[in-house]
Ligand binder design. Sequence first.
Ligand code: PMV
Length: 351
Amino acid sequence: MSTPVLARAPSNIAIVKYMGKVPGAQNLPENPSVSLTLDQLCSYVEIAPLDGPEDRFENQAPPSLELMAPELSPAGAAKFLGHVARFRAESRTLSGRSGVAFRSVGGSVSIRSANTFPHSAGIASSASSFAALSLALFAFFAEDRSEFARRWEEDESLREAVAEFSRTGSGSSCRSLMGPWVSWEGSQARRLHCKLPRLVDLVLIAGTEPKAVGSSEAHSRVKTSPHWQGRVERATRRHGRAIQAIEEGDLDSLAQVAFADFRDMHDLFHTSEPPFTYWNDQTKLLREFFDRAGPGRYLLTMDAGPNLHLIVPDTDADRWIARLEGEFRGLRILQDGQGKGAELLRGVDEV
Ligand code: PMV
């Protein structure tokens, strides 16, 4: 029997948003997106051999990690196990595409996972957890794990192949395999060259209540908005501008793109049929603060949730935190840096 594999993958925050799926396809996006890969806000996934008739998702953190396992719903656990089943069913194609030879993909496995961020932080864990699961699956079933681990560090095409598979489980997870800046277009996620300074993401927590509308529902409901017309063209234009700004180190242009695109996405939510919103009173107060602050050396964005992401050069982070804490008593701020994407932590020395 082979030994367990432990992988880790960070969350990512989009600057040009993925919103709207191509009908029928496996999480293919209507428009291209661009994101920043984070570092310590991440998920761990362990895959271990299991003596039993079928795969099992354990509601426990991987051993030796001082973390709490997330409370996954039966539907969430089934989605995870479905990804394992898909890996098995597609292993020949995946092997051909990635150049990784797999040993037999039969035999049951157990899966454990944990996140470094509390569920209540309002950070979506599907991107990080599916990225970690996808990497763990490739490594676990690789015939030569040492060779796989070596290629993982050196070969961007391998990361792209694992990202392509990861997307079929959770769309935005394909941007968490590499970093720090990633473009995702069609079926391909790729790392961008970057001349920007090192950035940090300050997550300003405005609410921790469960989302009224999940992201799958949001992806389909936005198409009922009158503003869906032209959305793909708008996002595609911003995608091009964002890549240029990242490659040229132009933080000001990127800030304009970020602001326009998150407004555009939330405007789709607000004008869908029926409309919905993730904004609460605290979101609005924080938004007003930035309206007063005006443009500057910062990127502001929001995901499908009430929190704001303030992305600033790492040299400015302390100043921003002091300013925000002065303005908003008791504001919870999570801080994370930029990262290089998913990594293997255990179980890869075995040949
Ligand atoms: O990967 P999903 O289906 O959870 O979609 C996430 C979409 C947003 O987070 C709202 C935007 C993005 O590009 O990450």
